[in-house]
Design a protein around this ligand. Structure first.
Ligand code: NAD
Ligand code: TDX
Length: 332
């Protein structure tokens, strides 16, 4: 049996990964999560107590982290401040958690010689032109745009340095935009879906031409497990499911699936420094580890996700008003 520490396990993807590990392995999971505004224990409800233990705490708390690393075999590091718009408003928590927090974990991984997997984003590579045939690969130069992506890029660099200089047994995965149940209502798809449920029109930043490469969170989880289990130490793997769509296309699809008129959305102020396009080439992950996405039909995955938000208003309603008040203050 492997004892795994999952940081950020009460967040969107960390909770999905925790459920995935419980379903697909016999490992024991300890979740370490600070329960910031983005963390929600309800996202872990129903998991067997004997398999999953929850510890509330900060990844930057060196003493707590040291004690937890002493009793696990491996670590999957999901904890982060994750929202670009928040990073433009108040970057400080991004530096604290994404940079200093990752540093604290790496020092513990080094001291205890623990296997360490770092979960990162395609945003570290900056953006692509709309008509560029190229996609991001593991050798694309880093070029982050926002305080969020700059701190994620910095955290990747720390992991690489600790692997090379101190021999930490680390891997990194950089994934594209995730969708699925349990995603915070601040993010694009849940915001529009819950707006429509509440009778508010969806909000598109700028002209809505920006392209994101969508992947279901279940597929991100299976990729992280594959890398943790079989990835080559010291390597980076890009994770994506060939899901490029413009924001305008996504809003129009959400409206159609929810029985609304095609043009029933508003254009609002654009995001500062808004990345134009992300696109992932995940050939390395597929060829080396035999990974394949299970969700190949975005419309079907989106329809399931919409059903989940309709059925789970108790999960998202407590965060909705504060989120919309934040956006209203920015004209978005
Ligand atoms: P999220 O905001 O939903 O969850 C983050 C979790 O981390 C929350 O539970 C929060 O309470 C916890 N956390 C924050 N600061 C902490 C701290 N200092 N100590 C302990 N816990 C803390 O984020 P998410 O969308 O699930 O993203 C998870 C990871 O995946 C992040 O590292 C993110 O960069 C990466 N990622 C996300 C996406 C995406 O589309 N959402 C895509 C690629 C990579
Ligand atoms: O109301 C909105 N209207 C809108 O047009 C919101 C909230 C967003 N947008 C646009 C901005 C982006 O082009 O939609 C796109 C997606 O926005 P987000 O959901 O904020 O995601 P993004 O900024 O692309 O970053 C996400 O993917 C990469 C995650 O939040 C990151 O954690 C991950 O690293």
């Amino acid at each position: 049996m492997t004892r795994l520490l999952v940081t950020g396990g009460a967040g969107f993807i960390g909770s999905n990964f925790t459920r995935h590990v419980v379903a697909h392995t016999d490992w024991h999971v300890t979740v370490l999560d600070k329960l910031t505004y983005a963390g929600n224990l309800a996202s872990l409800a129903g998991l067997p107590e004997g398999r999953v233990e929850f510890v509330r705490g900060d990844v930057g708390d060196a003493e707590l982290v040291d004690g937890l690393f002493a009793r696990v075999d491996a670590v999957a590091h999901f904890a982060a401040e994750s929202h670009n718009d928040n990073s433009l408003h108040d970057p400080r928590p991004f530096l604290d958690t994404n940079l200093a927090g990752t540093y604290t974990l790496l020092e513990a991984a080094r001291k205890h010689d623990r296997r360490f997997h770092h979960v990162s984003t395609d945003e570290v590579y900056g953006d692509l032109e709309l008509d560029d045939p190229a996609r991001f690969t593991e050798s694309t130069p880093y070029n982050p745009s926002s305080p969020y992506s700059a701190t994620k890029a910095g955290s990747d660099m720390l992991v690489r340095a600790w692997a090379r200089s101190f021999g930490v047994r680390a891997t990194i995965s950089n994934c594209s935009n995730n969708y699925g149940p349990f995603q915070h209502v601040e993010k694009f798809i849940p915001r529009q879906v819950t707006n429509i449920i509440r009778g508010i029109r969806p909000r598109l930043y700028g002209a809505g031409q920006n392209v994101r490469d969508w992947i279901h969170a279940d597929d991100h989880s299976s990729a992280v497990l594959a890398v943790l289990d079989r990835g080559r130490i010291g390597e980076t793997y890009l994770v994506g499911a060939d899901g490029e769509k413009s924001n305008k296309e996504v809003v129009e699809l959400v409206l159609r699936l929810m029985g609304q008129p095609a043009g029933a959305y508003d254009h609002v102020a654009d995001r500062a420094g808004h990345d134009l396009r992300y696109a992932i080439d995940s050939a390395k992950l597929r060829a080396e580890l035999g990974w394949q996405p299970r969700y190949r039909d975005f419309e079907a995955g989106l329809a399931d996700t919409i059903d989940w938000y309709r059925a789970n208003e108790h999960w998202w309603a407590p965060a909705k008003d504060a989120t919309e008040a934040f956006y209203a203050g920015k004209g978005q």
